[in-house]
Design a protein around this ligand. Structure first.
Ligand SMILES: Nc1nc2c(c(=O)[nH]1)N[C@H]1C(S)=C(S)[C@@H](COP(=O)(O)OP(=O)(O)OC[C@H]3O[C@@H](n4cnc5c(=O)[nH]c(N)nc54)[C@H](O)[C@@H]3O)O[C@H]1N2
Ligand SMILES: Nc1nc2c(c(=O)[nH]1)N[C@H]1C(S)=C(S)[C@@H](COP(=O)(O)OP(=O)(O)OC[C@H]3O[C@@H](n4cnc5c(=O)[nH]c(N)nc54)[C@H](O)[C@@H]3O)O[C@H]1N2
Ligand code: SF4
Ligand SMILES: [Mo]
Length: 733
């Protein structure tokens, strides 16, 4: 079948009211386009839409429809491997609860009922405008995501903030990567994870801090296994996780004692002169003050405060001090804390003082979470202005306005509230309408009972998701059905800054539209200015993003187009216009120059703070939460649709309890128990296991009620939730 005829047939098969308009102008909706590299009966590679590893999957098409997939053997990220979620990526698209038309709840007593797209778009605009008229332009906000394409999040951010007049828009990346962002920005001058996955293979000491790589990034763990240097693998995690079990050393520190612990390591590095003084001298600032700050973190004190035996602490410092290529990697055990930014910077400080940065196998490396958290950090127009710019900087606003061809006065000159501040704004009555895109906060946000209550207080809640059945979508006044991964085109940016391509390989059900098309449709119904005409297709948008990246550390003007990304096996940023070739793996800071004004990386530190809710007599256990298995993704709206994935984890949700505690409470494995915090409770099965220490409980975050227990506590710098420590008690049911 010829490509043109194939596209037309696809459009005709789309039985919605938009068919005629679509046939006239398919690009307007982002529908009906095939990447130029794709033929109807071909195999084409698509970057996975779950985690930030960014594996490439070869999708096999029949008559232009995906029928199966296999991991791409030639892609530099996954080298022919994929985890269970990747293998099963097509299954959630065929789920029978997909959103196939917009749904509207006319009044709070009514159910959600199907409506036509044009009515949905008009309702969206009318009701948002009514709220703005009554409560001011700032009374509407959005919460977006790290799980849609970069072009989509940029269009959402531009439309919401520059056209609708919103100031407050944040996303689930706050729950996930905000700490890495603030840590890198302050220490390096820009949010710039410096590594390549190749570093996993080139280290001789790999330190994983608060990261359960085997479960959360299984293909990165495979990369560790390819390391031929017989590396030391140290896992710093209160729990004996799957990753800790594989490590050469497991440091089971007391939850949230990381900052003290890392200062203790730094102090031992100083005491033993395991320092790279030339690097410190030439490329950093603030080391002498830092040295003074950590002097009181003696090994004895740190051992006592972190519950790590002296010999282990000293042994680890020695491995780091004497290692030739040491890489330090962190994830949510660090990012989700009340002193997260300083903890991440304590990791950065260790890399700087030992000169472990800018060379193969080294780095202070934050592993990202969602498939496009990195894209949202640079282009979602939430925390930073499009392209890693600053809303407070008038020159930046001018520059963005010029690229977008809009009036600079349309760009807010203040930063957005963070997610938690938007939530507080609902409570104080400042936020009256909320537009939630591709995130399921009614499950995933902290202190769930409060969050759900606040959502019901809104005048207007819009949820844009691929399923109307998520906990959040069920609360919506207006539901907008989105096409999912594999049903649309665009780019994602993975943990190692690699831009990869997502392609439309499957037809979205009913009238579900690509998020890009939804944003375009809403913006044109709103009456957006002529700038919108430049954002006709995702690839047009990509060309705009390139221009926005000019003179930024994330400069991508050297990337020609989608086809080049496809043929190169993904392209890491930066790639300047002058670049003569595309290297497969690149890390940053090879020349020791950072993005700060003086080009030096900064040592940043602070005093450790008390845990806001340590276990006490009334709530004697520390609750840890996190990923449960490699087959489960977050709130399980997608992975929960696969019978295969469901076979790969326990049927019923469980809480891990130490055998000593279980004995004292008279609890056996499989008993039903209630876990209770000051904010709520949930019932589930007990799993008695020594993977947690006495006094700790672990519950996978996939449990829809887990955040009934967690608290509204945040890192003051990044405003990321402190999901991994609160006081709970346990009762036998
Ligand atoms: N299968 C699967 N993979 C995923 C995801 C998924 O849902 N499912 N989600 C993706 C996303 S968005 C993210 S952000 C990543 C998350 O990836 P990870 O951060 O690796 O996953 P978590 O299990 O949330 O947390 C990691 C570890 O932090 C530990 N921890 C808790 N408190 C502390 C502490 O005080 N100090 C230290 N050092 N460690 C602590 C926990 O015991 C846990 O083992 O995974 C990504 N990959
Ligand atoms: N207690 C506790 N809570 C946590 C965590 C923890 O460790 N402990 N981890 C936190 C972290 S790191 C994260 S990242 C969050 C994740 O929390 P969420 O973002 O709430 O989790 P997801 O289930 O990934 O939600 C994504 C939603 O987007 C929808 N979706 C998927 N693809 C598309 C698309 O293309 N378009 C549209 N419009 N919708 C789409 C899915 O159906 C789903 O409803 O959870 C956080 N919550
Ligand atoms: S490791 Fe992540 S990117 Fe790779 S297949 Fe699994 S979910 Fe997809
Ligand atoms: Mo995340």
């Amino acid at each position: 079948m010829r490509a043109k005829q194939f596209i037309e047939e696809k459009i005709r098969a789309f039985d919605g009211p938009l068919t005629e308009e679509l046939l006239r102008d398919p690009g307007k909706f982002g529908l009906g386009q095939l990447p130029r590299t794709m033929e109807p009966d071909a195999t084409t590679s698509v970057v996975c839409g779950y985690c930030s590893t960014g594996c490439s999957l070869n999708v096999h098409l029949k008559d232009g429809q995906a029928i199966n997939l296999s991991p791409d053997p030639d892609y530099p990220v996954n080298l022919g491997m994929a985890c269970p979620k990747g293998w099963e990526s097509l299954t959630p698209l065929a789920a029978d609860d997909r959103g196939t038309s917009p749904l509207y709840r006319a009044s709070s007593d009514d159910a959600l009922e199907p409506i036509e797209w044009k009515d949905a778009a008009q309702t969206f605009c009318d009701r948002m405008r009514t709220v703005q008229r009554e409560h001011g332009p700032e009374s509407i906000a959005f919460l977006s995501t790290g799980q849609i394409c970069t072009e989509e999040m940029a269009l959402l951010g531009a439309f919401a903030k520059f056209e609708m007049g919103m100031i407050h828009g944040d996303g689930n990346t706050r729950q996930c990567m905000a700490t890495a962002v603030t840590a890198y920005k302050e220490s390096f001058g820009f949010d710039a994870p410096p590594f390549s996955y190749q570093d996993f293979e080139e280290s001789d000491v790999i330190v994983l801090i608060g990261s359960n790589l085997c479960i959360a990034h299984p293909i990165l763990w495979q990369r560790v296994l390819r390391n031929e240097n017989n590396p030391e693998i140290i896992v710093i995690d209160p729990r004996k996780t799957e990753t800790a079990m594989q490590a050469t050393q497991h440091v089971a520190l007391r939850p949230k004692s990381d900052l003290t612990f890392l200062y203790g390591i730094a102090q031992l590095l100083v005491e033993n002169d395991w320092l790279d003084s030339d690097f410190i001298e030439a490329h950093t600032s603030g080391f002498e003050d830092f040295k003074e700050h950590i002097a009181s973190f003696t090994a004895e004190r740190v051992s006592q405060e972190s519950d790590v035996p002296l010999s282990e602490l000293k042994g680890l410092a020695q491995k780091i001090g004497e290692g030739k290529r040491v890489s330090l990697w962190w994830t949510m055990g660090v990012n989700q804390s009340y002193e997260a930014t300083r903890t991440a910077q304590a990791i950065i400080n260790i890399a700087l003082m030992t000169g472990n940065i800018g060379k193969p196998g080294t780095g202070a490396n934050s592993i990202t979470g969602q498939c496009n958290a990195m894209g949202s950090r640079l282009f979602s127009n939430t925390t930073s202005l499009l392209g890693g710019h600053d809303f407070l900087n008038a020159q930046h606003r001018e520059k963005v306005a010029e690229v977008l061809e809009i009036d600079p006065a349309k760009i807010p000159d203040q930063r957005s509230w963070a997610y938690d501040q938007i939530v507080d704004g609902i409570e104080t009555g400042k936020i009256k309408a909320l537009w939630i895109v591709a995130t399921n906060g009614a499950h995933s946000w902290a202190h769930q009972n409060r969050f759900r209550k606040l959502l019901s207080k809104l005048d207007f809640l819009v949820v844009q998701d691929i399923y109307p059945t998520t906990e959040t979508a069920e609360l919506a006044d207006l539901f907008l059905p989105a096409a999912g991964w594999g049903e649309k085109d665009g780019t994602l940016i993975n943990s190692e800054r690699r831009i990869g391509l997502v392609k439309r390989v499957s037809r979205s059900p009913g009238e579900a539209l690509a998020d890009f098309s939804i944003f375009r449709y809403l913006a044109s119904t709103w009456g957006a200015g002529p700038w919108l005409a430049k954002w006709k297709t995702p690839e047009d948008a990509f060309q705009i993003l390139k221009k926005l990246s000019k003179d930024q550390p994330c400069d991508i003007r050297g990337i020609k187009d989608y086809r080049e990304i496809d043929e190169a096996g993904g392209i890491q940023w930066p790639l300047a216009e002058s670049s003569s070739s595309i290297e497969t793996h690149r890390h940053l800071f090879a020349d020791g120059t950072f993005y700060t004004d003086d080009g030096r990386a900064r040592f940043i530190y602070d005093d450790p703070q008390p845990n806001p809710e340590p276990p006490d007599e009334a709530y004697p256990f520390c609750l840890l939460t996190g990923r449960g298995s490699s087959a489960q993704w977050h709130t399980e709206s997608r992975t929960g649709k696969s019978e295969i994935l469901k076979k790969l984890h326990p049927k019923e949700s469980y809480a891990e309890i130490n055998p000593d505690d279980a004995r004292a409470l008279g609890i056996k494995s499989a008993d039903r128990i209630t876990v209770i915090s000051r904010r709520g409770s949930l019932e589930l099965k007990a799993l008695v296991t020594a993977t947690v220490k006495a006094g700790q409980v672990f519950i996978p975050m996939h449990n829809p009620k887990v955040n009934r227990l967690t608290l509204s506590s945040f890192d003051p710098v990044s405003r990321q939730p402190n999901y991994k420590a609160c006081g709970v008690k346990i009762a036998k049911c």
